[in-house]
Design a protein around this ligand. Structure first.
Ligand code: CP
Ligand code: NVA
Length: 303
């Protein structure tokens, strides 16, 4: 594994290996065991969109591993003034040991990886949020002990989170059911991958059908970053796509609820459900740190 750009590129074995390493790094952190596996390494972190979790967990994570993180806002970089990605990639590769990027187009992340010579990590694009889904899988495994026989459901927009959850969930062997309005379906490439899994995958407009017997319920904001102008229209289109008590009543008795955050209470999730499941939601947020440390070690560590 040279880069971490999208889960479609990562094998089931590599996902398991990363999750095992993430568990080990979490244990070591909790027990005060030093794990400076990236001593002296530098991670550049390019942000073209806002972030709380991704920024802080990557910066803290690389520091805990003995390296340093450089926060690079696109407002300050020449990339924000039109310097081509392929030039930025070749320059930054001369200074850094790895690059994490959060941006709009998946192609920008793929180009950075193609033209640069250091590992590139996708910290969210419009297409995918693979680091988040590694943390999500880590949290599911912590709570449920494994993936076999479990059903995941996703309610809401067929966005970056939906795309990555579908691929990640199916790769680890979970059943995946997704409820989105017809006009907001997940990406075609992801649906093609999912449909090859037969009965393991279901796409519907009916939230109750998707949630039936689910062991883990996911949702995400109705309007992602960059869709600010569509907020009002999306509120109308998604008004029935909410994780609430009624939806959970058709799920498995000990259903988990996950949300990548930030959450919009009263829209995709009720305050009541969010607070009742806040323990597992904030464990999920914490696991960003451990899962990403594993990704950085795997990509940037001495081979
Ligand atoms: N979940 C997530 O990626 O959060 P941030 O946007 O705060 O990084
Ligand atoms: N779908 C959301 C995820 C935020 C972490 C967005 O892209 O804004």
């Amino acid at each position: 594994m040279k880069h971490f750009l999208k889960l479609l590129d990562v094998s089931a074995e590599e996902i398991t290996e990363l999750l095992n390493l993430a568990d080990q790094l979490k244990y070591e952190k909790k027990h005060g065991i030093e794990h400076k596996l990236l001593k002296g390494k530098t991670l550049g972190m390019i942000f073209q969109k806002s972030s709380t979790r991704t920024r802080v967990s990557f910066e803290t994570g690389i520091y805990q591993l003995g390296g340093i993180g450089l926060f690079l806002s696109s407002n300050d970089l020449q990339i924000g003034r039109g310097e081509p990605v392929k030039d930025t990639a070749r320059v930054l590769s001369r200074y850094l040991d790895g690059i994490m990027i959060r941006t709009f187009a998946q192609k920008e992340v793929e180009d950075l990886a193609e033209y640069g010579s250091v590992p590139v990590i996708n910290g969210l694009t419009d297409f995918a949020h693979p680091c988040q889904v590694m943390a999500d899988l880590m949290t599911i495994r912590e709570y449920k002990g494994g993936f076999s026989g479990l059903k995941m459901c996703y309610i809401g927009d067929g966005n970056n989170m939906a795309n990555s959850l579908i691929v990640g969930g199916l790769k680890v062997g979970m059943k995946v059911a997704v409820a989105t309005p017809q006009a907001y379906k997940p990406d075609d490439e992801v649906l093609k991958f999912a449909k090859a899994h037969g009965d393991m995958f279901k796409l519907t407009e009916d939230i109750m059908e998707a949630a039936e017997g689910a062991d883990v319920v996911f949702t995400d904001v109705w309007a992602s970053m960059g869709m600010e102008k569509e907020v009002e229209e999306r509120r109308k289109q998604f008004s029935g796509y909410q994780v609430n008590k009624e939806l959970l009543s058709v799920c498995s008795k000990d259903v988990m609820v996950q949300h990548c955050l930030p959450a919009h209470r009263g829209e995709e999730i009720t305050e009541e459900v969010f607070e009742a499941h806040s323990g597992e939601i904030f464990d999920e947020a914490e696991n960003r740190l451990h899962a990403q440390k594993a990704i950085m070690v795997k990509l940037m560590g001495d081979k």
